[in-house]
Design a protein around this ligand. Structure first.
Ligand code: C5P
Length: 422
């Protein structure tokens, strides 16, 4: 499968802690995602994981000996250090961190790390007391100021039997951290406001009206925006999506609450993306007590009044202020989607409109995929084939970054076809 890691060269360095037994799974996962993995181990690591296992999972020779003429000829350590897109050390022991922090180079892995100019990611794993020891803290501080990236350690049960901080984080977490390092920060220094999910409009203390929005599209956009280096605020209705690390999340229930939360944040944002499926109407009266069928009989009317249109309001406030964020709206339509969306964009006053025809299979509410077209005020449009919401989120953030940088939509680059659905 062609994906982010396709053809990326990754050096996985393994130092000698018990967590080294997890390194083969990490190598396998990197390779499954298309990376070419070269393994460099310390002598101590080979006490925990065999050369044969590492060679089999990486499908390459293993490098461990600084003074081996054959290994040096095959792949010199300077070349290894220079050519890799990313060097990942997992697990990184306290000893290795101390050596790196002090520039020691007495074996192949530490020498390679000293010769490395490009990105290095370390995933420490050790006993909790070792992790908290002032010497290790000094190493970590020095390495961070040298530009070395850290992921983990995690908290949980350790090999020594303690429950403490010191676990090697999961391989998926290491790979995601690596991806963040390699992806360009196209929204660095930018603030992005996103609305997502449905709203819930109360009728009485136990009943409400809502819609089928899952929040998946907004979540995908928020994750793409963080990866792009933005400062993200996600204002969302009731959803069952997991929290996103490193962003400000504001949970609301009703359209009115979402409106007020957006009102508090729009001015400090460079971009506002309105992916929420906001209820157009709410019950005019919210009963303070549960509505009883004994009282209402066999017919119940609920009088509805219109909710504020959040996107249109921000567009109006921006007009009055003479400045404000780039506004991206969403239009879920059934049939003649483009024409309807174009009119909606003009009516609401946003700059970009993301259109999906929700009558199409695999598109719209509560599925993991979507097919969208982005329209701009100049009448241009960009369309992509059916793709995962995560992939589309990344494309939308690319568009936003280009528009913010004054490049417009016409310079979009297509991603590899297989990235679209996975
Ligand atoms: O009018 P419609 O609901 O189709 O518009 C959809 C777009 O407007 C979405 O971007 C949605 O988040 C936004 N919207 C809003 N406030 C509303 C209704 C819609 O911000 N009350």
């Amino acid at each position: 499968m062609v994906g982010f890691w396709h053809d990326k060269r990754v050096v996985v360095g393994i130092s000698g802690g018990i967590a080294a037994y997890k390194a083969p799974a990490l190598i396998r996962r990197f390779r499954e995602q298309g990376a070419e993995v070269t393994v460099v181990v310390t002598k101590a690591a080979l006490e925990f994981v065999t050369r044969l296992t590492l060679q089999t999972v990486s499908d390459r020779p293993i490098y461990d000996d600084l003074f081996s003429l054959s290994q040096e000829q095959d792949m010199g350590h300077i070349r290894l250090a220079q050519e890799a897109d990313l060097v990942v050390v997992a697990p990184a022991t306290a000893n290795l961190l101390a050596k790196m922090a002090n520039g020691l180079a007495d074996d192949l892995l530490s020498t390679l790390l000293l010769a490395r100019l490009g990105p290095v990611l370390v995933a420490p794993a050790m006993n909790g007391a070792m992790w908290r020891h002032p010497a290790t803290c000094r190493s970590v501080e020095t390495l961070k100021s040298d530009g070395i990236a850290f992921v983990g350690p995690g908290h949980g049960s350790l090999a020594c039997g303690d429950v403490d901080t010191g676990r090697l984080v999961d391989d998926t977490v290491i790979i995601e951290a690596g991806r963040r390092i390699l992806e360009p920060n196209i929204l660095a220094g930018r603030t992005v406001l996103i609305t997502a999910g449905p709203t819930r409009e109360a009728v009485d203390p136990v009943r409400y009206m809502t819609n089928r929005s899952s929040g998946k599209m907004g979540w995908a956009i928020a994750k793409a925006a963080v990866r792009a280096g933005a400062e993200v605020t996600l204002i969302h209705g009731p959803v069952s999506q997991p929290p996103i690390a490193g962003i400000q999340m504001i949970a609301v229930q009703s359209a009115e609450q979402m409106y007020h939360a957006v009102q508090d944040h729009w001015q400090v944002s460079d971009v506002a993306v309105f992916a929420a499926a906001v209820a157009d109407y709410r019950s005019k009266y919210q009963a303070t007590e549960k509505i009883k069928k004994e009282k209402k009989g066999n017919q119940l009317s609920v009088e509805m009044i219109q909710n504020p249109d959040i996107l249109a309001s921000v567009a109006q406030w921006r007009k009055e202020a003479g400045a404000g964020p780039l506004l991206m709206g969403f239009a879920a339509e059934t049939g003649q989607a483009l024409e309807k969306a174009q009119r909606k964009m003009v009516r609401k006053g946003c700059d970009l409109m993301v259109v999906n025809d929700v009558a199409e299979p695999g598109v719209g509410f509560d599925v993991d995929t979507n097919r969208v077209v982005v329209l701009d005020q100049a009448g241009r449009n960009l369309s992509w084939p059916l793709g995962t919401k995560n992939w589309i989120g990344t494309q939308l953030i690319n568009v936003v970054a280009r528009v913010l940088n004054g490049q417009g939509m016409d310079v979009m680059t297509e991603a590899p076809p297989d990235e679209r659905v996975k």
